[in-house]
Write a protein that binds this ligand. Structure first.
Ligand code: GAL
Length: 471
């Protein structure tokens, strides 16, 4: 699929059901968030999709509309949102390993397009409530799994699988609690991604006379003024989920790691002056973005504004690395440090805002052998070494061969073990679906009218009261 063709995907509005969960996650200072009392899910997750559930990596997503074959292991239907440029390459590499190891099981790609799973998760929720679960699906470590799928009894524990595969010995201690409930693991993590990356175009900075990459919001906004004066967009932004991604980075950079972590445990007051400052910084950051952000189809067109030299910065997770560096047709085949470069977003140096993709075993699956086969590849060193170098992520496993990875990913791996690790909101770690949906609704209103600081802050505080950790 060519990049150009992908950009022309039609936008279809999906209507997602509303969530009615409770939530009371807790956190330690070591691991980002360890859920202690998951909520009970009664409805499918809410989402505000703006993009069509279409354009799978290899074959059309016919499997997404047809139930998987019952019984036997002749095929395995795997649901993800790894479709677009940069995203599909990693999945394709892992599927290649799967095809070599399980030639008798047909891999059925049920991927649904749309970054961060905004569309895919709405489609998945509908399928799950109709009793039409795929054989396995992509799920984020943290509250997305524990506070959503485990709480709704939609996924099965994987204790035996973890023992057979020796996973307790090769997965990081930071990660295990985030995929476990009562010490039972519920998903197989394939990677670690970093949310807090500020990608930039060195030539645009140079032309605008910005001589140092900004490390505080004061410096960032001063640089933005220079960049705008030079006739360029300062900060490239895409559709709403990318605004939430920006929001989490601005809040982390303003509040610091303790302040950010406290938002999800009740230790940071959502009504505090620090949160107001974070929201003000977010509003100012929004004022420097491209005016058409809401109509961009996904994160890639926003990222490409930066690499094309129309914009200076783009704050996006490190899946962007795969898009920038992977070869044509899915990647832009760009040279790091010249065509694009990276730094932590202001105020986040020394913090690794993480998320992890993983795959689950559905409860009462008719096809456990096929799911096991997929999970075996996803868990394996070989599978993760094929997938992650193209995905821009690092292995979830601790024993991958570092020489297979880019300079960027090697540095990310060092940061993952040396930095303070905190969890992403946008990508499922710190809040369950119900809480996140309330934040998303309030954020959508604010992005449309960034003068409503008080109303936004109040809505955030209320969301924490009603669905989150605040009592
Ligand atoms: C995240 C996911 C990543 C990447 C990104 C953009 O939620 O964990 O693997 O796909 O969305 O779509």
């Amino acid at each position: 699929m060519s990049t150009k063709k992908w950009y022309r995907l039609p936008a279809i509005l999906l209507i997602a059901a509303t969530l009615l969960y409770g939530c009371s996650p807790a956190a330690t200072t070591e691991a980002p968030v360890v859920p202690t009392q998951p909520p009970v899910a009664t409805e499918p997750p809410a989402a505000a999709p703006t993009e069509a559930p279409t354009a799978a990596m290899e074959e059309p997503t016919e499997a997404a509309t047809e139930p998987p074959a019952a019984g036997g292991a002749s095929e395995v239907e795997i649901f993800s949102w790894w479709v677009g440029p940069g995203e599909a390459d990693g999945l394709a590499a892992m599927v290649e390993i799967f095809n070599q190891q399980y030639p008798d099981i047909e891999f059925v790609n049920a991927a649904v397009a749309g970054g961060a799973g905004t569309n895919a998760r709405a489609v998945l929720a509908t399928r799950l409530s109709a009793g039409d679960a795929p054989d396995s699906w992509q799920a984020h470590a943290g509250q997305e799994i524990i506070g959503t799928y485990v709480a709704a009894n939609q996924v099965a524990p994987l204790d035996d699988f973890f023992t057979e595969q020796g996973l307790n010995d090769v997965l990081p201690e930071t990660l295990l609690p985030l995929i476990s409930q009562d010490d039972h693991p519920y998903s197989v993590p394939v990677n670690i991604h970093r949310s807090n990356v500020m990608w930039y175009n060195p030539a645009v900075l140079e032309e605008a006379g910005v001589t140092a990459v900004p490390t505080t919001y004061e410096e960032f906004f001063a640089a933005c003024d220079q960049i705008q004066t030079a006739g360029k967009i300062c900060l490239a932004l895409g559709p709403q989920w990318t605004a939430m991604h920006l929001f989490e980075n601005v809040m982390l950079g303003t509040l610091g790691a303790d302040g950010w972590a406290g938002l999800w445990t009740g230790d940071t007051d959502w009504a505090s002056a620090e949160v107001t400052e974070g929201i003000n910084n977010f509003a100012t950051a929004l004022s420097y973005t491209n005016s058409d952000h809401a109509s961009l189809s996904d994160w890639q067109p926003a990222a490409k504004l930066m690499t094309d030299g129309d914009a200076a910065f783009n704050i996006m997770g490190d899946w962007a690395y795969g898009y920038f560096a992977n070869p044509d047709p899915n990647g832009l085949a760009l040279e790091p440090h010249t065509a694009f470069d990276w730094a932590p977003p202001p105020g986040t140096d020394g913090v690794f805002l993480f998320l992890a993709d993983s795959f689950v075993m559905p409860t009462d699956t008719p096809n456990p052998d096929a799911t096991n086969a997929w999970l075996t590849v996803a868990a394996s060193k070989e599978g993760q070494e094929a997938f992650n170098p193209l995905k821009g992520s690092i292995c979830a496993r601790t024993d991958c061969d570092a020489s297979l990875f880019s300079e960027y990913s090697q540095a990310a791996a060092e940061d993952w073990s040396g930095d303070r690790v905190e969890g992403s909101l946008t990508h499922g770690v710190v809040a369950n679906d119900a809480w996140k949906a309330k934040i998303d609704t309030a954020l959508g209103l604010f992005v449309a009218d960034p003068t409503g600081v008080d109303a936004f802050q109040q809505a955030l505080a209320e969301a924490c009261q009603s669905d989150g950790a605040c009592q």
